[in-house]
Write a protein that binds this ligand. Structure first.
Ligand SMILES: Cc1cc2nc3c(=O)[nH]c(=O)nc-3n(C[C@H](O)[C@H](O)[C@H](O)COP(=O)(O)OP(=O)(O)OC[C@H]3O[C@@H](n4cnc5c(N)ncnc54)[C@H](O)[C@@H]3O)c2cc1C
Length: 209
Protein backbone atom coordinates (compact mmCIF):
# COMPACT_ATOMS: atom_id res chain seq x y z
CA UNK A 1 0.00 0.00 0.00
CA UNK A 2 1.24 3.49 -0.82
CA UNK A 3 0.00 7.07 -1.01
CA UNK A 4 -1.90 7.89 -4.19
CA UNK A 5 0.66 10.60 -4.99
CA UNK A 6 2.88 7.74 -6.20
CA UNK A 7 0.31 6.52 -8.75
CA UNK A 8 1.31 6.67 -12.44
CA UNK A 9 -0.83 8.98 -14.65
CA UNK A 10 -2.43 5.98 -16.40
CA UNK A 11 -2.70 2.33 -15.37
CA UNK A 12 -5.01 -0.58 -16.12
CA UNK A 13 -6.62 -3.17 -13.85
CA UNK A 14 -9.18 -5.94 -14.14
CA UNK A 15 -10.96 -4.66 -11.03
CA UNK A 16 -10.94 -1.26 -9.33
CA UNK A 17 -12.37 -1.30 -5.81
CA UNK A 18 -13.48 2.09 -4.54
CA UNK A 19 -13.10 2.07 -0.76
CA UNK A 20 -10.69 -0.20 1.11
CA UNK A 21 -13.23 -0.90 3.82
CA UNK A 22 -14.51 -4.06 5.46
CA UNK A 23 -15.89 -5.43 2.21
CA UNK A 24 -13.30 -3.81 -0.09
CA UNK A 25 -10.23 -5.35 1.57
CA UNK A 26 -11.63 -8.87 1.68
CA UNK A 27 -12.88 -8.57 -1.90
CA UNK A 28 -9.43 -7.38 -3.07
CA UNK A 29 -7.71 -10.33 -1.38
CA UNK A 30 -10.07 -12.81 -3.04
CA UNK A 31 -10.11 -11.21 -6.52
CA UNK A 32 -6.31 -10.87 -6.59
CA UNK A 33 -6.01 -14.66 -6.79
CA UNK A 34 -6.95 -14.47 -10.47
CA UNK A 35 -6.94 -10.82 -11.56
CA UNK A 36 -5.16 -7.47 -11.28
CA UNK A 37 -6.82 -5.39 -8.58
CA UNK A 38 -6.56 -1.73 -7.58
CA UNK A 39 -7.96 -0.48 -4.26
CA UNK A 40 -8.56 3.27 -3.87
CA UNK A 41 -9.04 4.27 -0.23
CA UNK A 42 -9.68 7.87 0.78
CA UNK A 43 -8.15 7.43 4.26
CA UNK A 44 -4.74 6.35 5.54
CA UNK A 45 -3.52 3.05 6.99
CA UNK A 46 -4.72 1.89 10.43
CA UNK A 47 -1.29 0.52 11.39
CA UNK A 48 0.57 2.29 14.17
CA UNK A 49 -2.43 4.50 14.94
CA UNK A 50 -3.07 3.88 18.63
CA UNK A 51 -6.50 5.46 18.60
CA UNK A 52 -7.57 2.88 16.03
CA UNK A 53 -5.64 -0.10 17.33
CA UNK A 54 -6.20 -0.02 21.10
CA UNK A 55 -9.48 -1.27 22.51
CA UNK A 56 -9.25 1.26 25.37
CA UNK A 57 -9.37 4.09 22.77
CA UNK A 58 -12.67 2.94 21.22
CA UNK A 59 -14.50 6.09 22.37
CA UNK A 60 -11.66 8.46 21.51
CA UNK A 61 -11.53 7.01 18.00
CA UNK A 62 -15.20 7.79 17.39
CA UNK A 63 -14.92 11.23 19.04
CA UNK A 64 -11.97 12.43 16.92
CA UNK A 65 -13.53 14.97 14.58
CA UNK A 66 -10.31 16.28 13.02
CA UNK A 67 -10.36 16.49 9.20
CA UNK A 68 -8.15 13.42 8.64
CA UNK A 69 -9.42 11.27 11.53
CA UNK A 70 -10.43 7.64 10.91
CA UNK A 71 -14.03 8.38 11.88
CA UNK A 72 -15.81 11.02 9.83
CA UNK A 73 -18.74 12.49 11.78
CA UNK A 74 -22.05 12.95 9.99
CA UNK A 75 -25.72 13.47 10.77
CA UNK A 76 -28.21 11.19 9.01
CA UNK A 77 -31.18 12.63 7.09
CA UNK A 78 -33.42 11.88 10.09
CA UNK A 79 -31.05 13.67 12.46
CA UNK A 80 -29.06 10.83 14.02
CA UNK A 81 -25.47 11.81 14.89
CA UNK A 82 -23.09 9.08 13.75
CA UNK A 83 -19.64 8.35 12.30
CA UNK A 84 -18.48 6.67 9.11
CA UNK A 85 -15.08 5.16 8.35
CA UNK A 86 -12.32 7.09 6.59
CA UNK A 87 -9.41 4.66 6.86
CA UNK A 88 -8.10 1.47 5.25
CA UNK A 89 -10.07 -1.33 6.92
CA UNK A 90 -13.21 0.82 6.93
CA UNK A 91 -15.77 0.26 9.68
CA UNK A 92 -13.69 -2.56 11.13
CA UNK A 93 -11.18 0.13 12.16
CA UNK A 94 -13.70 1.92 14.35
CA UNK A 95 -16.50 -0.46 15.20
CA UNK A 96 -17.18 -2.38 18.43
CA UNK A 97 -15.41 -5.45 17.06
CA UNK A 98 -18.22 -7.97 17.59
CA UNK A 99 -17.65 -10.85 15.20
CA UNK A 100 -20.09 -13.52 14.16
CA UNK A 101 -20.91 -15.94 11.32
CA UNK A 102 -17.83 -17.14 9.47
CA UNK A 103 -16.35 -20.40 8.26
CA UNK A 104 -13.81 -22.13 10.51
CA UNK A 105 -10.95 -21.80 8.01
CA UNK A 106 -11.46 -18.07 7.64
CA UNK A 107 -11.61 -17.47 11.38
CA UNK A 108 -8.53 -19.57 12.02
CA UNK A 109 -6.30 -17.47 9.80
CA UNK A 110 -7.67 -13.97 9.97
CA UNK A 111 -9.09 -11.43 12.37
CA UNK A 112 -11.34 -13.03 14.99
CA UNK A 113 -10.68 -14.08 18.59
CA UNK A 114 -12.53 -15.48 21.61
CA UNK A 115 -13.07 -12.54 23.99
CA UNK A 116 -12.29 -12.57 27.72
CA UNK A 117 -15.47 -12.47 29.84
CA UNK A 118 -15.02 -9.39 31.99
CA UNK A 119 -17.55 -8.11 34.54
CA UNK A 120 -19.74 -6.18 32.12
CA UNK A 121 -19.86 -8.98 29.53
CA UNK A 122 -20.66 -11.63 32.17
CA UNK A 123 -23.38 -9.50 33.74
CA UNK A 124 -24.92 -8.81 30.31
CA UNK A 125 -24.81 -12.49 29.33
CA UNK A 126 -26.32 -13.61 32.65
CA UNK A 127 -29.01 -10.95 32.33
CA UNK A 128 -30.06 -12.20 28.89
CA UNK A 129 -30.25 -15.82 30.10
CA UNK A 130 -32.16 -14.77 33.22
CA UNK A 131 -34.85 -12.96 31.22
CA UNK A 132 -35.26 -16.03 28.99
CA UNK A 133 -33.10 -15.41 25.90
CA UNK A 134 -32.26 -19.12 25.57
CA UNK A 135 -30.69 -21.54 24.97
CA UNK A 136 -27.32 -20.46 26.30
CA UNK A 137 -24.88 -21.55 23.56
CA UNK A 138 -21.54 -20.73 25.18
CA UNK A 139 -18.82 -19.39 22.85
CA UNK A 140 -19.51 -19.71 19.13
CA UNK A 141 -18.92 -17.75 15.92
CA UNK A 142 -22.21 -19.12 14.54
CA UNK A 143 -25.18 -16.81 14.18
CA UNK A 144 -27.80 -18.70 16.19
CA UNK A 145 -30.82 -18.05 18.41
CA UNK A 146 -30.44 -17.61 22.14
CA UNK A 147 -27.56 -16.15 24.10
CA UNK A 148 -23.94 -16.71 23.12
CA UNK A 149 -20.45 -15.37 23.58
CA UNK A 150 -19.51 -14.15 20.09
CA UNK A 151 -16.08 -13.48 18.60
CA UNK A 152 -14.23 -10.18 18.61
CA UNK A 153 -11.68 -8.53 16.34
CA UNK A 154 -9.71 -7.36 19.42
CA UNK A 155 -6.97 -9.85 20.33
CA UNK A 156 -5.95 -10.87 23.86
CA UNK A 157 -3.82 -7.73 24.21
CA UNK A 158 -6.75 -5.50 23.34
CA UNK A 159 -5.31 -4.80 19.86
CA UNK A 160 -7.78 -4.33 17.04
CA UNK A 161 -7.39 -6.40 13.86
CA UNK A 162 -9.12 -4.69 10.94
CA UNK A 163 -10.14 -5.87 7.49
CA UNK A 164 -6.91 -4.23 6.27
CA UNK A 165 -5.12 -7.29 7.74
CA UNK A 166 -6.87 -9.40 5.10
CA UNK A 167 -4.75 -7.69 2.43
CA UNK A 168 -1.90 -9.85 3.76
CA UNK A 169 -3.64 -12.69 1.95
CA UNK A 170 -3.85 -10.77 -1.35
CA UNK A 171 -1.45 -11.68 -4.13
CA UNK A 172 1.25 -8.95 -3.86
CA UNK A 173 2.01 -9.23 -7.58
CA UNK A 174 -1.53 -8.45 -8.66
CA UNK A 175 -2.75 -6.03 -5.97
CA UNK A 176 -2.14 -2.30 -5.62
CA UNK A 177 -3.59 -0.20 -2.79
CA UNK A 178 -3.50 3.60 -2.94
CA UNK A 179 -4.22 5.55 0.23
CA UNK A 180 -5.55 9.11 0.51
CA UNK A 181 -7.33 8.60 -2.81
CA UNK A 182 -10.84 10.00 -2.83
CA UNK A 183 -12.84 8.96 -5.87
CA UNK A 184 -15.03 11.77 -7.19
CA UNK A 185 -16.35 10.44 -10.49
CA UNK A 186 -16.58 7.38 -12.68
CA UNK A 187 -16.79 8.26 -16.37
CA UNK A 188 -18.32 5.77 -18.79
CA UNK A 189 -17.45 6.14 -22.49
CA UNK A 190 -19.09 4.15 -25.25
CA UNK A 191 -16.95 3.21 -28.22
CA UNK A 192 -18.69 2.22 -31.48
CA UNK A 193 -22.42 1.67 -32.12
CA UNK A 194 -23.12 -2.01 -32.78
CA UNK A 195 -23.71 -4.42 -29.96
CA UNK A 196 -20.45 -6.22 -30.70
CA UNK A 197 -18.33 -3.08 -30.57
CA UNK A 198 -19.93 -1.78 -27.42
CA UNK A 199 -17.25 -0.99 -24.88
CA UNK A 200 -17.12 0.83 -21.58
CA UNK A 201 -14.17 2.73 -20.16
CA UNK A 202 -14.00 3.59 -16.51
CA UNK A 203 -11.97 6.56 -15.43
CA UNK A 204 -11.27 7.10 -11.78
CA UNK A 205 -10.50 10.67 -10.75
CA UNK A 206 -9.00 11.07 -7.34
CA UNK A 207 -7.49 13.80 -5.23
CA UNK A 208 -4.70 13.80 -2.64
CA UNK A 209 -4.53 15.44 0.75
C1 LIG B 1 -19.71 2.71 16.00
C2 LIG B 1 -19.93 1.47 15.18
C3 LIG B 1 -19.91 0.22 15.80
C4 LIG B 1 -20.13 -0.94 15.04
N1 LIG B 1 -20.01 -2.17 15.65
C5 LIG B 1 -20.04 -3.30 14.90
C6 LIG B 1 -19.72 -4.57 15.48
O1 LIG B 1 -19.41 -4.68 16.66
N2 LIG B 1 -19.77 -5.67 14.67
C7 LIG B 1 -20.07 -5.57 13.32
O2 LIG B 1 -20.08 -6.61 12.63
N3 LIG B 1 -20.37 -4.38 12.75
C8 LIG B 1 -20.32 -3.25 13.50
N4 LIG B 1 -20.54 -2.03 12.89
C9 LIG B 1 -20.90 -2.01 11.47
C10 LIG B 1 -19.73 -2.37 10.52
O3 LIG B 1 -18.52 -1.77 10.94
C11 LIG B 1 -20.10 -1.91 9.10
O4 LIG B 1 -21.35 -2.47 8.75
C12 LIG B 1 -19.09 -2.37 8.06
O5 LIG B 1 -17.77 -1.97 8.42
C13 LIG B 1 -19.47 -1.80 6.69
O6 LIG B 1 -18.55 -2.29 5.74
P1 LIG B 1 -18.48 -1.69 4.29
O7 LIG B 1 -17.36 -2.39 3.59
O8 LIG B 1 -19.83 -1.72 3.67
O9 LIG B 1 -18.14 -0.14 4.48
P2 LIG B 1 -16.91 0.51 5.22
O10 LIG B 1 -16.19 -0.49 6.07
O11 LIG B 1 -17.39 1.76 5.88
O12 LIG B 1 -15.93 0.86 4.03
C14 LIG B 1 -16.14 1.93 3.16
C15 LIG B 1 -14.74 2.46 2.78
O13 LIG B 1 -14.85 3.28 1.63
C16 LIG B 1 -14.03 4.43 1.81
N5 LIG B 1 -14.61 5.46 0.93
C17 LIG B 1 -15.85 6.02 1.03
N6 LIG B 1 -16.03 6.90 0.03
C18 LIG B 1 -14.90 6.88 -0.74
C19 LIG B 1 -14.48 7.57 -1.93
N7 LIG B 1 -15.27 8.46 -2.53
N8 LIG B 1 -13.25 7.32 -2.43
C20 LIG B 1 -12.42 6.41 -1.82
N9 LIG B 1 -12.75 5.72 -0.68
C21 LIG B 1 -13.98 5.96 -0.17
C22 LIG B 1 -14.11 4.74 3.29
O14 LIG B 1 -13.01 5.51 3.72
C23 LIG B 1 -14.11 3.31 3.89
O15 LIG B 1 -12.82 2.84 4.17
C24 LIG B 1 -20.38 -0.85 13.63
C25 LIG B 1 -20.40 0.40 13.01
C26 LIG B 1 -20.17 1.55 13.77
C27 LIG B 1 -20.17 2.90 13.06
Amino acid sequence: MKPATLAPPISYYDYIIIGGGTAGCSMAATLSEGAHVLVLERGGAPYGNKVVEEMSKFGANLDDESPISSAQPFVSEDGVVSARARVLGGGSALNAGFYTRAGTDYVAKAVAFKPPMLEFQSAFKNGLVEVGVRPYNGFTYDHISGTKIGGTIFDHNGKRHTAADLLEYANPNTTVVYLFATVHKILFRRKGKGATSFFIFFTIIYSFY
